[in-house]
Design a protein around this ligand. Sequence first.
Ligand code: LHQ
Length: 258
Amino acid sequence: MSSVLLQIEKGIGVITLNRPEKLNAFNREMALDLQSKLDECASSPEVRCLYITGEGKGFSAGQDLTEVTGPEALGMEQILSEHYNPIVTSIRNIPKPVVAAVNGVAAGAGANIALCCDIVLASQSASFIQAFSKIGLIPDSGGTYFLPRLVGWQRASALMMLGEKLGAPEALTMGMIYKVFPDTEFKSESFKIALQLAAMPTKALGLTKHALNYSFSNSLEGQLLTENELQQKAVQTDDYREGVDAFLKKREPKFKGQ
Ligand code: LHQ
């Protein structure tokens, strides 16, 4: 069985991290497998939204720590440059919405991969841990980039230094994630959001994501120029024409992602 599963259904690329006996901790095979599944979703015209979740009771416990010890251990540089950095870069650059459906514990790189997604949903019993400080590391996989932007400097700093487990409801209050659903309804409710996204104007969502990627590092003038440039692309899509036509005719739009 593959360590990452991909199923394409109803316009959604459902990616399932699949090492449940290790709480979906990342070994090299799983990291490379996730990269190739992300690439497949990026290039498939059938996929209009990605939905990343974990098999079993965890989302992901981050790096498989059995792979970083012993004579066969992979080097830190290799792990970051070949495993996590390409995953985070890919998620940010795929011009389609990516939902993280955090079904259980998300620790270390597992937490930060979830947090770099466009919409982060969690089950009531899920939790987030910046586990790095507990083993003498600094947060990686984009954690020092995304977390302060999501929750503010002070909270990010405390979460990263203390390495405390944060429950989903508290993560929601902090603005770290978008929504929390009861465990029993989590799968269906989170999937509903993915279905909604998959029926939307995909190109406009991809361009929105592109604009957001620059938002925290651009000046106002620069960001206005970026919006202007990206809106020129949005206005040329079939979905834009469909959206305006549907509004004027008081009917429901049928977006095709084109
Ligand atoms: C694991 C793991 C795991 C292996 C649970 N590895 N087996 C980048 C570059 C290079 C080096 C290092 O890392 C990085 C990035 C990172 O991600 S650093 C952070 C790495 N992750 C952690 O430090 C988290 C370690 N895990 C935990 O603290 C706990 O397992 C959490 C809090 C995630 C869950 O606790 P529990 O719900 O109590 O589950 P558990 O601890 O009983 O774990 C279940 C099994 O999964 C257990 O195996 P066993 O055979 O005893 O049943 C664990 O050993 C295994 N597991 N995390 N990262």
